[in-house]
Design a protein around this ligand. Structure first.
Ligand code: URA
Length: 430
């Protein structure tokens, strides 16, 4: 379509009209090819941010993003394929446990992942804390690892949904990231293009998540589930709590260590609970007959983890790097940890070096925060509450400032809050 006018498309969306399939295809193709400039794309994204999209319009937009690149063909594998995607949180290392666990349950897990930005960590950044581990794989390597090991976590190649790569980078600098249609199309275009047959979504809700309210998270989950199903990907979503850290660590090597503890049968109860809830969804979506809790207990998931890491050049037995400096924050009073804010911990970990401000920045494998208590735990005045890990002492003041007001000691712990808040499945499926 060469006869669309960018200004007319922007004005149409600004005034609340749904874009036509021709306008959408013209925009996505033109922006991906560099024919539409950033300022006009920014204006359209901002108009979408305010005016949103109708469901047909969103489906067409997502299809155009998928069509901007290749779609992997995993149909030759002899196991059902199933993946999981999280909308991002603090301490969210679930993927590291879930991919090998599902492989041990009999699935092939093609987890094509991204890097962290801002206060949320990225799965690839975490795994790169392991000596020798390699994120970049060719399509042939992905396929052979899925056949041999049953799980791969690697970087999504440049060929998958290239429109999203450009649009996401622009959203990041134009204040248009937290938009339900833009998040839904971004996530689902990549997951559909990756070729998985089924997908479980972990839609995080709370201070540490993009979606701060249950209602917004549910709308996002519903949009993604219907996009997946419309493209033949069996999709279900859990809404899970992200107003406090998941597990007890936020930071790359720190989270790998905690994941390995979980694969070994230990690990914090909240991490185990969210992982198993998602694993059960994945087993069901993939049509497998396995109990993930039993499989975890046998140690088979740990065997799959070791094989997955080794297949990508990593040494599963290598010591993980440790920070040079550890600063401790002690509990200011006796009582219980009433609240530990996810966003405060995420920003502290980020400022210590665990995350990046711009996508080309390096991350520190060792930096992060260790929580010595979780919400609800009893604490005693003067005993360690949080540890700040970094290789650069000059980063400590910024992290300490982020944590000011980020936790509360109360006389008595309140009732335990549920972790899994809601479930969204396609109409007609239980
Ligand atoms: N993750 C994505 O891949 N895209 C978004 O828009 C938000 C989170």
């Amino acid at each position: 379509m060469s006869d669309c006018s960018a200004v007319e498309v922007i004005c149409a969306k600004r005034d609340g009209r749904a874009l036509t399939p021709a306008e959408i295809a013209w925009f996505i193709e033109g922006y991906t090819a560099g024919a539409i400039p950033d300022e006009q794309a920014s204006a359209l994204l901002m108009a979408i941010y305010f005016r949103e999209m109708q469901s047909d319009e969103l489906a067409t937009w997502t299809q155009a993003m998928i069509d901007s690149g290749e779609r992997l063909d995993l149909s030759g594998l002899d196991r059902p394929t199933v993946d999981k995607h999280s909308t991002g949180g603090v301490g969210d290392k679930v993927s590291l446990v879930l991919a090998p666990l599902l492989a041990a349950c009999g699935a092939a897990v093609p987890q094509l992942s991204g890097r962290g930005l801002g206060h949320t960590g990225g799965t690839l950044d975490k795994l790169e804390a392991i000596a020798g581990w390699r994120a970049a794989l060719s399509n042939a390597e992905i396929l052979s690892q899925l056949a041999d090991v049953g799980a791969v976590i690697c970087a999504a190649g440049a060929g998958l949904a290239p429109a999203d790569r450009r649009i996401y980078a622009l959203r990041d600098v134009t204040g248009t990231v937290p938009s339900i249609p833009l998040i839904a199309s971004s996530i689902m275009s990549k997951k559909i293009a990756e070729g998985t047959g089924a997908l479980a979504l972990d839609v995080k809700v709370g201070s540490g998540a993009f979606m701060k309210t249950h209602a917004a998270a549910r709308m996002l989950a519903e949009a993604m589930v219907s996009l997946g199903e419309a493209h033949g990907v069996r999709t279900a979503a859990l809404l899970t709590r992200m107003d406090t850290v998941l597990g007890l660590t936020a930071g790359n090597a720190l989270e790998v260590r905690e994941s390995v503890e979980t694969l070994a049968g230990g690990g914090p109860a909240d991490l185990v609970e969210v992982t198993l809830a998602l694993a059960r969804e994945m087993v069901e979506l993939a049509g497998l007959d396995a109990d993930p809790a039993e499989v975890l207990a046998t140690g088979a998931a740990m065997d799959s983890w070791r094989a997955m890491i080794a297949a990508q050049g990593g040494d599963p037995d290598a010591d993980l790097p440790q920070a040079r400096v550890v600063e401790t924050i002690n509990a200011p009073a006796d009582g219980a940890l009433g609240h530990l804010d996810a966003l405060a911990v995420g920003i502290a970990a980020w400022r210590l070096g665990a995350g990046r401000a711009r996508k080309e920045d390096p991350v520190s494998p060792t930096a992060g925060v260790v929580c010595r208590a979780a919400e609800g735990d009893a604490v005693r005045a003067g005993e360690p509450l949080l540890e700040l890990h970094t290789d650069d002492e000059s980063l400590l003041p910024g992290a300490l400032a982020a944590l000011e007001g980020g936790f509360e000691i109360v006389a008595e712990a309140g009732p335990k809050k549920p972790l899994v808040l809601d479930r969204v499945t396609a109409g007609g499926r239980a």
